[in-house]
Design a protein around this ligand. Structure first.
Ligand SMILES: Nc1nc2c(ncn2[C@@H]2O[C@H](COP(=O)(O)OP(=O)(O)OP(=O)(O)O)[C@@H](O)[C@H]2O)c(=O)[nH]1
Length: 613
């Protein structure tokens, strides 16, 4: 179990390292690439940014009664330096712009417009040369998205002014971003370069999302990782929808605008989700507030734009304001929790603030309040996703270290416990084999071990002797001096017996005051000497009870078998015969006066041959 957990831990750590490595390498290479691309795009191209004076006219131009064409001449045009922030708008939904385009001998001249608010028609002479969205004769139209426009110019465009008829029911009207003229290839080249640079940001954010999501799925309780992953997906989708190349992939500007808008509306919600996941124990109320407000705003805008005439782009200005309030509230409201989180908390606030500032700059430049800042929002998004992923990786890494320590501690603990258990088991096994009073082998253990000895003796024809002895008049000792003295006698005899035997010899307390010794590899010449020596030693045992010395004698029955391999029965049978014979002989000693050793040879045919007494 531990081994499996350890392997999983190793795998997970490995995945973490790979994720961090891939992320760093990918981020580095993408940023290097995008900086390279940015430098490349700033190189002078064969295109020219329009700096000419623009003229404007609020409301539709009159029409020439004869040919029903727009009458450009019988109106008063006013001058403006930019085609964006056109002054003097009341509640007009139509503005006409007039410009004289420069001439530089392009082979394939096109006009590039970064963005128009909202729908647009382009005319040269009486000819309509471009249209995005329908604007009817009464000057009505509807929002179709914010794509970039590339307009084919007629060959003789330099001889005539270009007129743009623009419709907007949005707070802004006109053209925004860069407007340039050049060969089609150069203009598109510029768009693709910018798009690819933007895509590299998107890919970083997406990769961060994938890694976070994978980690979140692996570690089932990783709410923060899942939220970071979802936010990254959301941001990546938003960045792609806003990327110049999205309309190359699929020319559905309105669809991409929906995607970008609704992804944007969800950002504070995901931020709040991350904060909630991070501050698991002390969930800040403000994060719940942000989450609920975001959800309510999202649902309201989605419902209104689906079921009423409300155009979701009109929610942008409100959301911009709401975004500032929500994110500031989130950061300020969670400062205490962030502080408690330590370094990750500081990084988290830094990440949110970076994102906030970059989106704020983006927002301000979108509202023409500051000059256009390229990729401001995207830098913030990338910085935030990478910061949160880094926090997550660092946090996770710390957890892994703690977990490893815990595992090591547990392993050490388990090892100690296993050793204790093994030693306890050994002790228990020993206790089960021992006589509790004398610590000699008990009868069961003796039978088991003796059986092995006997079968070895039969197999290798080693001589074998079995000595059975019983304390004489032990009952009297008990009766006269008490059981405790009797116990002392038993213990003294056990010690003496053990000391008289060789290492490995089986010495057993066979019954109450009865002992048995199996003398292996001991023949009938040597066994009687041992038995006699033991008898004498027992005689010398002196137990002191007050003034009196208790002396002991015992009666011995010794059976010797010099050629066990001649025995035709089993080891069990031989052991049984040896014990029965020893008992019989010992009984004879008891009868004949006690305190003596009687030796008998046991012949293979189980006949007893008394020898010495
Ligand atoms: N103190 C003590 N006495 C025990 C123990 N086990 C058995 N005995 C006693 O041993 C005595 C055995 O007595 P008997 O069988 O009559 O034998 P004996 O008195 O030794 O007489 P002989 O064997 O004929 O010499 C009994 O009184 C038992 O209570 C023990 O563990 N401790």
């Amino acid at each position: 179990m531990l081994l499996r957990a350890n392997t999983q831990l190793e795998l997970y750590r490995f995945a973490n390292k790979v994720a961090a490595f891939v992320l760093i390498v990918f981020a580095y290479s993408c940023l290097t690439a995008s900086v390279g691309l940015a430098e490349e795009t700033s190189l002078p191209q064969e295109r020219q940014i329009i700096t000419s004076e623009w003229s404007y006219h609020w409301g539709d131009l009159p029409k020439d009664n004869l040919n029903n064409q727009w009458d450009y001449n019988n109106v008063q045009w006013k001058q403006t330096s930019t085609p964006g922030n056109i002054p003097g708008r009341t509640d007009e939904k139509i503005v006409w712009l007039k410009v004289d385009l420069p001439q530089k001998g392009w082979r394939d001249p096109y006009l590039f417009i970064t963005s128009a608010d909202l729908t647009i028609q382009a005319f040269q002479n009486d000819q309509k040369i471009y249209q995005f969205g329908n604007i009817d004769d009464q000057g009505n139209s509807k929002f179709e998205g914010w794509p970039w426009h590339i307009i084919r110019l007629p060959d003789n465009y330099q001889n005539h002014s270009l007129y743009l008829r623009i419709y907007s029911d949005y707070p802004y009207i006109g053209l925004s971003g860069e407007i340039s003229i050049g060969d089609r290839f150069d203009l598109l080249n510029e768009v693709y370069h910018r798009g690819i640079a933007g895509l590299s940001f998107t890919l970083i954010v997406l990769l961060a999302g994938v890694i976070s999501a994978i980690m979140g799925v692996i570690k089932k309780d990783r709410g923060a990782a899942i939220c970071t992953g979802l936010l990254s997906f959301n941001l990546a989708l938003m960045m792609f929808a806003e990327n110049e190349l999205s309309q190359v992939v699929w020319f559905e500007p309105l669809f991409w605008r929906y995607v970008a808008a609704f992804c944007y509306f969800l950002v504070p919600g995901f931020l709040a989700g991350i904060v909630l996941a991070w501050c698991k124990d002390k969930t800040p109320k403000v994060a719940f507030g942000v989450l609920i407000t975001t959800a309510l705003f999202f649902i309201t805008v989605a419902t209104l734009s689906t079921f009423t005439d409300f155009n979701f782009i009109n929610a942008y200005p409100y959301f911009d304001l709401l975004f500032i309030i929500l994110v500031l509230a989130l950061v300020l409201g969670c400062l205490k929790q962030f502080k408690e989180l330590g370094l990750p908390g500081i990084l988290m606030s830094f990440g949110i603030m970076t994102l906030f500032i970059s989106l704020l700059l983006d927002m301000l430049s979108a509202h023409d309040l500051i000059d256009w800042i390229g990729h401001a929002g995207q830098w913030g998004l990338v910085s935030f996703t990478l910061t949160s992923l880094a926090i997550y990786l660092v946090q996770d890494w710390k957890q892994q270290i703690a977990l490893t320590k815990l595992t090591e501690h547990l392993e050490a603990e388990v090892e100690v416990r296993t050793r204790e258990l093994q030693s306890n088991k050994k002790q228990l096994e020993q206790l089960a084999r021992e006589d509790f009073l004398t610590s000699l082998l008990n009868r069961r253990a003796f039978s088991e071990s003796a059986l092995i000895e006997v079968s070895n003796a039969i197999r290798f024809n080693h001589p074998l002797s079995l000595l059975l002895f019983d304390i004489d008049h032990f009952k009297e000792i008990n009766d006269q001096y008490g059981h405790s003295v009797g116990d002392k006698v038993l213990k003294a005899i056990a010690t003496t017996s053990k000391e008289s035997c060789r290492e490995g010899e089986l010495v057993c307390r066979f019954g109450g005051e009865e002992f048995v010794i199996l003398l292996h590899a001991t023949d009938s010449d040597y066994a009687p000497i041992l038995a006699e020596r033991l008898r004498e030693k027992i005689n010398k045992i002196a137990i002191q009870v007050d003034e009196t010395t208790v002396s002991i004698t015992a009666s011995f029955g010794l059976i010797c078998m010099n050629t066990p391999h001649q025995f035709e029965g089993s080891a069990e049978q031989l052991l049984e015969k040896l014990l029965a014979a020893a008992d019989k002989v010992m009984y004879e000693v008891k009868v004949s006066g006690r305190d003596a050793v009687k030796v008998c040879d046991l012949s293979p045919d189980i006949e007893l041959h008394a020898r010495v007494s």
